[in-house]
Ligand binder design. Sequence first.
Ligand SMILES: Nc1nc2c(c(=O)[nH]1)N[C@H]1C(S)=C(S)[C@@H](COP(=O)(O)OP(=O)(O)OC[C@H]3O[C@@H](n4cnc5c(=O)[nH]c(N)nc54)[C@H](O)[C@@H]3O)O[C@H]1N2
Ligand SMILES: Nc1nc2c(c(=O)[nH]1)N[C@H]1C(S)=C(S)[C@@H](COP(=O)(O)OP(=O)(O)OC[C@H]3O[C@@H](n4cnc5c(=O)[nH]c(N)nc54)[C@H](O)[C@@H]3O)O[C@H]1N2
Ligand code: SF4
Ligand SMILES: [Mo]
Length: 713
Amino acid sequence: MPTTHFRTCNLCEAMCGLELTVEDNRVTSIRGDKDDPFSRGHICPKALALKDIQEDPDRLRVPLRRTKSGWEPLAWDDALDLAAAKILQIQKSHGRDAMAAYLGNPNVHNYGSLLYGPPLLRALRTKNRYSATSVDQLPHHVVARLLFGHQLLLPIPDIDRTDYLLMFGANPVVSNGSLMSAPDVKRRLQAISARGGTVVVVDPRRTKTAELADQHLAIVPGTDVFALLAIAHTIFSEGLVNLGRLAHVIDGVAAIAKLARQFPPERVAETVGLKANTLREVARAFASAKSAVCYGRMGVSVQRHGTLCQWLTVVLTTLTGNLDRAGGAMFTTPAVDVLAQTSRGGVGRYHSRVRGLPEFGGELPVATLAEEILTPGEGQVRGLLTVAGNPVLSTPNGQQLDRALQSLAWMVSIDMYRNETTRHADLILPPTPPLERDHYDLVFHVLAIRNTAKFSPATLPQTEGSLHEWEILSGLHRRLVAHAPARRRLEAGVTGRLGPRRLLDLGLRVGPAGMGLQKLRRHPHGIDLGPLIPQLPARLFTRSGRIDLAPEKFLAAANNLECETAPSLLLIGRRHLRSNNSWLHNSSRLVKGKPRCTVQLHPTDAAHAGVTDGALTRVRSRVGEVVLPCEVSTEIRPGVVSIPHGWGHTPAGIALRVAQMHAGVSVNDLTDDQQIDPVSGNAVLNGVEVTVSAVEHGSGALGAHENPASPGD
Ligand SMILES: Nc1nc2c(c(=O)[nH]1)N[C@H]1C(S)=C(S)[C@@H](COP(=O)(O)OP(=O)(O)OC[C@H]3O[C@@H](n4cnc5c(=O)[nH]c(N)nc54)[C@H](O)[C@@H]3O)O[C@H]1N2
Ligand SMILES: Nc1nc2c(c(=O)[nH]1)N[C@H]1C(S)=C(S)[C@@H](COP(=O)(O)OP(=O)(O)OC[C@H]3O[C@@H](n4cnc5c(=O)[nH]c(N)nc54)[C@H](O)[C@@H]3O)O[C@H]1N2
Ligand code: SF4
Ligand SMILES: [Mo]
């Protein structure tokens, strides 16, 4: 008998409700859940990958140990004993910091990891903690920490009520929204214009989001900070500042006025590649809209001025009285108040050994991981734990990291696949796949445009003999503290016995909705807790109870800015609806069709480089080069080239048979580990200087990492 199950999709940030049919323990259909109060039936093609992951013959099902004669299966107890023994041995011989950890993106989509990862990391007591945060949203956390007192108190654009959305470097129609969980975001954006509002997209590419916007401004990559300052300049010079309800708790406006005064639109126009008048008009319309919000994402997060950009988006929203107000940028009231239970975020309490990069929130920037492994001396990293990450494909100068991983004394990966990163591991520990585990969005309810709550019980029974992520993490934790003082043993023992459901229940009970898990489970489609509500100043975590809109750290960095003309060709990224970072390319239905790993070039630049549409093209940067097919397109601004990330499934020893047939190249073989946003240490993945040339026929064999993308089927 077929049974029907409801759950939230955990693949991206949108939290779509799914309706799954199961027959004989196999999923036979996945549809959008019309009764989910948040997503109301919306779904994207990636949701079907949940079935593909479940059934993928390449997905690892048992622990694997590397031996001279190949990979050998291991019993779980032996595997966890081995992992703990090796970690303790490395730390005993070389010090605590010799063991590093890297946590990838899927951890935030997995409540087992979120509940059991942090205690394990604390038990490692290493300074060498890294994650995908520093190739992503780190600037947002730094800004939230300094302005609002907590790294997770992130302002979310209230797109369902806004009259004016000014969006920098985001493509939600394809990404489905980021730091803005909003299922069916396309319809929500269209609704803004339909109700007489305005959507403005600032992006060097005419993306799908730019296409539906009322206005598209094709800016020069990496120069947004100047456009933002010029808009602020106009708001001040035309007397449009109106702080509104929060005026009495906001400090620093005069300092921002003084800074903005240096950047009249005329001064920045050439640098940003936009007309001065356009910037002025945007500023006027933004300031005079009934409600307005400025939002920026990856295009302005992972670029050289990432932190200043994210700061200035909040500044524009605040100067016009739109902070914490309907239709502006608001804060969520999640059913589990994660903020109350997490650290506000340390800032620069220590620095990385080799390059002296600052810690934030207990982590170091991942752009420095390879050199921490490769540079000898006291504190050198010799062992690595990765959990749900693929930094070889996702962090800058991936080739260097690939070499670094090869040189490690020992490495363990908790992952479902043997991919470009985990192929270097000595031990791989695969958790249960998504459909076999419970799900609750601890993080994305904090980042959503509406307050909702939903618990998804496992859709399929746990495969016999398998372990959930939390069981692996807690099993390892318990073993690592087996000889530690009683207090640390107790923490590991108690949380391990409770399990994630009990921990979640506790979190829900003490949360603002005050409802336990049992009550929530009576609503299998989820509960709507209403639109976001104003919460400041009460919700601020700053010691003063006020907002310092102009922290010294940001002012100092902004005062060093120089308007320059950009180099001739700048590389930016690109996402596709049917990709998800580096790890859904093993699903046939998601990779079929035209090859997607291409370099997009404007016709003028293509002609200049002598390449034609479809031709193999060489792209070079300071750190490396790749060869891939060219896609000539007027979508992209002249002077800009675009390559998607997450491809390059070519190294020997990976086990991703479908992905290997659609290998592509890794754009992070071009991005530069030495280029970072100096304020936060975040990587620069957009706006990297490159050159482009034709690949001459008969010019010699393609080098090791010059694999042309394979043709589609
Ligand atoms: N050039 C460039 N680089 C980028 C970006 C870009 O825009 N341009 N984007 C950056 C961004 S935003 C991000 S978030 C990062 C992502 O970077 P990473 O997080 O390092 O990489 P992912 O591709 O998400 O890899 C996820 C891994 O987790 C595994 N996995 C999936 N689910 C689970 C699970 O439940 N448990 C476990 N244990 N493993 C699981 C998958 O098999 C895969 O190996 O990439 C960044 N890199
Ligand atoms: N389908 C799909 N969905 C995803 C993912 C995926 O890989 N595939 N990844 C998920 C993850 S981990 C994340 S973090 C989110 C990211 O979500 P988004 O940030 O919405 O996605 P991106 O496509 O990276 O959008 C960045 C945009 O910035 C533009 N850009 C590049 N450089 C600059 C610049 O200097 N200035 C400006 N103004 N714009 C610039 C790019 O052209 C691009 O359109 O997406 C999530 N959703
Ligand atoms: S938009 Fe995101 S959450 Fe919704 S179905 Fe697609 S991958 Fe899943
Ligand atoms: Mo991300």
